[in-house]
Structure formats: structure tokens, C-alpha cells
Ligand binder design. Sequence first.
Ligand code: SAH
Length: 352
Amino acid sequence: MSALKEKIVRLIRAQGPITVAQYMQIALGDPFHGYYIARDPFGRDFVTAPEVSQIFGELVGLFFVQAWEDRGQPKSFHFVELGPGRGTLMADMMRAAAKVRPEFARAAKIVLIETSPMLRSIQKQALEAYAPAWALRLEEIADDRPFYVVANEFFDALPVRQFVRGEKGWHERMIGADGDALAFTLTPDTQPVSFPTQDAGLGAVREINRNAEAMTEEIGAKIAGRNGIGLIIDYGYGEAGFGDTFQAVKENAYADPLKEPGDADLTAHVDFSALKAAAGLSAVRVSGPITQREFLHRLGIAIRADRLKSSVPDKSAEIDAAVERLTGETQMGKLFKAMGLSAPDTTPLPGF
Ligand code: SAH
């Protein structure tokens, strides 16, 4: 048994079953053995959009340049990325932006919100030229410069709680220990829930991500108050519903989420309707969510791909395959959504 699994089993023996959110938190974020703390999972376990093709980051970079111009080209702004992974998205955004508007690149003060020391050091290498700063929490970004923020595949990594409809009401789904094995169980008692329950049949599962909601609320308030811009891209659903999306991925395949904590990525789909509601608590304007396919097409992915193909003709097939991966309905095009945030009464965001 791995050291982390042993730690979790010991914790459960000592204090009883833990919530799915607590389990995710430990498996991903344990300071010694957590999945994101201990390794660089990119390529081995999964591939994110910026790692599929530079076109993704370039288009997102041009999205920010356009929105910055529409807001009168402020001379200095915070450019915050949540969970930057290898730093590829930020590097591609900044390269594309600097090519068309060097002033944008000079005005951007990059802040990376990242928990993993290993990924921080990879980000440091990738982004050396732009002298980024790191932070653990948004509150650390305190002055009132315009606040621009981007997050790709960040919210899916935040811990979710799950509630299951039983005969008498809702139970929270928990993780207990059966000998050395981890196993799902339910709280014995039912508990009050705050979501609409009318369409829920027996066994229905509802996922609640309070961390994601709280963070979106905080971002929304900063964007509304500081003429900001936000872009959240992730896999998820636009309408709240019932379903179990808690999943583990290892080596590009689905895995048992309870088998090897710390050795597989754990995620849940993002409930964009909940993020939208959380953002709505401040005056921020929400655009979308729309599908990644729609978003990238409106930003001109077809033109950008053609241009890239004419400069590197021998890469044509590769570029077509990347565009298909990013926008194809059965690939990342439909499951992934983009949601924009901006201050009220400002020029609408490009792409939405
Ligand atoms: N945006 C990148 C990486 C996505 S993976 C890309 O598209 O390739 C998720 C990222 O979020 C990783 O960098 C991970 O270390 C970071 N992360 C996960 N939970 C976090 C948290 N609570 N606070 C800050 N960073 C977190």
C-alpha cells in the first residue's frame, strides 16, 4: 500500500469515513504525496488544450489583447492565471500578444496561483522572460490595478462533495475503509440540502463545489470593481443536473478513484451554472458558457491554423489534427465550455 493510502486509511480508522471533497483534497494536495505536489503529470496522465497546440494559447492571448484595447489599454494590470500547469498557456498567450501589441506585454504583471512546488519551478523556466510572481491566494493580489484572470482546467481539480438521494432524503457520499481497501459509503442520517430536488430519482447524485463557488465569487467581485476580465475554460455542464462525474485518470485512461490516491488525477466536471450564480453575487457580467468549439471558432481558429500551415507546410496534418482535437464534437469541442466575466457596462468580451 502506498504511503498516502496508508495515511488515508489510518485517518478513516481514527475518525470515521471522510467526504469525497476531503478525499480529493488529500489525494491531490497532501504536502508530501499529493498528486499535484509530487509530480509533473502532463503528458503521462492527460493532455490539456495548451499542451495540444500553441494555437490555443495564442487565441486566448489575442482574446485578452482585444479586451484590453476595448478597455482603453491600461498601462498596468494584473494578469493572473489559476493553476498554470507547465506555464504553456501563459507563454503562448504572451508571445502572441507581444507580437501584435508589445505594450500589452509590458503592461501585464503576471501572477501565478499555484500550489505545486514542482510545477512552480517548471513555470519559472517557461516564463522567465516575463518575471512572474507567485501567490497561493487571490487575496494576496491586493492593489487596485485592473484584474485580468484566466483559468484552464483549474476548477475541475477543486474538491467536490456528493449527495445521493435515498429512500428518506439525501445522504452525503463518504469514503470509508474496508480492511486496507477504500470504499464508498453514505452518511447514515439524511441531511438538508440547498439545491432543487424535484427531478431527483432514487440514487440520483448531486455534486456541490463550495471552493469553486467561493473562488468565482471572489473573482467576480474583483473583476466588477477593477474593470477586469475573466476567462474560465473547463469541462463541465451548463445546466445544473444530477450525475456522478467524480473520476480518476491515469496514463490517459480512466482509473478507479479509490485505488491509488496520489497516483492518479482526480476531477469532477464543473457546474457552470453554479459558478454563474456565484459570480452573480457581485455586479459582474457573465458571458456564456458556450462550447469551446464555438469560442475558438469565433476567435478565428480556422484562419490561425491556415496561417500556421502556410508557414510550416510539413506540419499541416499535425495542425489539422490539433484543431480537430480542440474543437471536434466528440473530442474537446463540446464537453469543454468557456465562460467570460467582465465589469458591467463595458464593451462585450470578444468570442462570446
Ligand atoms: N492550466 C494548466 C494546468 C491544469 S492542471 C493547463 O491547462 O495545462 C491543474 C493545475 O492547477 C495544476 O497546475 C495544479 O497544480 C493546480 N492546482 C490544483 N489545485 C490547486 C489549488 N487549490 N490552488 C492552486 N493551484 C492548484
